[in-house]
Design a protein around this ligand. Structure first.
Ligand code: SF4
Length: 149
């Protein structure tokens, strides 16, 4: 399947073909870090952490076993058009969330830069990540406001 030129600028997320949908992912790996929800109702707050899924390569932000990820990590979530309305948990830099909120893609997105390395060069990956299996207390790894993803 082909990518239409500049498809992300004029196509609705729901109208994108599979190749276009996949191409939106910049590969940052931030969605593979654990989140923590505290409080309820209007007091509910989502916290991001530096705690990564055990399959994630912390250096590259890539899944260590992409083909078997749903077998190996039962809470791994596939981003599809069906769960679009739940995308608010995605990091603020994520292309799916940006487009869903009517915002433009950043200049470092590979679709715009033409360089798959531009994500790393722009320092978008989470630094000092730690695998879930190595964590005892989650509260030690919550990202503060300045480090929000
Ligand atoms: S946060 Fe978004 S852009 Fe980054 S890896 Fe996850 S789906 Fe792809």
């Amino acid at each position: 399947m082909q990518l239409e030129p500049d498809f992300w600028r004029h196509k609705n997320l729901l109208d994108m073909n599979d190749a276009e949908w996949e191409a939106l992912c910049d590969g940052c790996g931030k969605c593979c870090y654990r989140k923590y929800i505290d409080g309820e109702g209007k007091y509910e707050r989502l916290y991001y952490t530096r705690i990564a899924c055990n399959l994630l390569d912390l250096e590259t932000g890539k899944c260590g076993n992409y083909l078997k990820r749903f077998e190996l990590e039962e809470d791994c979530t596939k981003l599809t058009k069906d769960n679009l309305p739940e995308f608010s948990w995605l990091p603020a830099t994520c292309a799916y969330r940006l487009l869903y909120e009517g915002k433009p893609l950043p200049s470092w997105h590979p679709l715009i830069s033409g360089d798959p390395e531009s994500v790393r060069k722009a320092d978008i990956l989470i630094r000092h990540g730690i695998h879930e299996r190595d964590v005892i207390d989650w509260f030690d790894f919550i990202l503060d406001e300045d480090n929000e993803v």
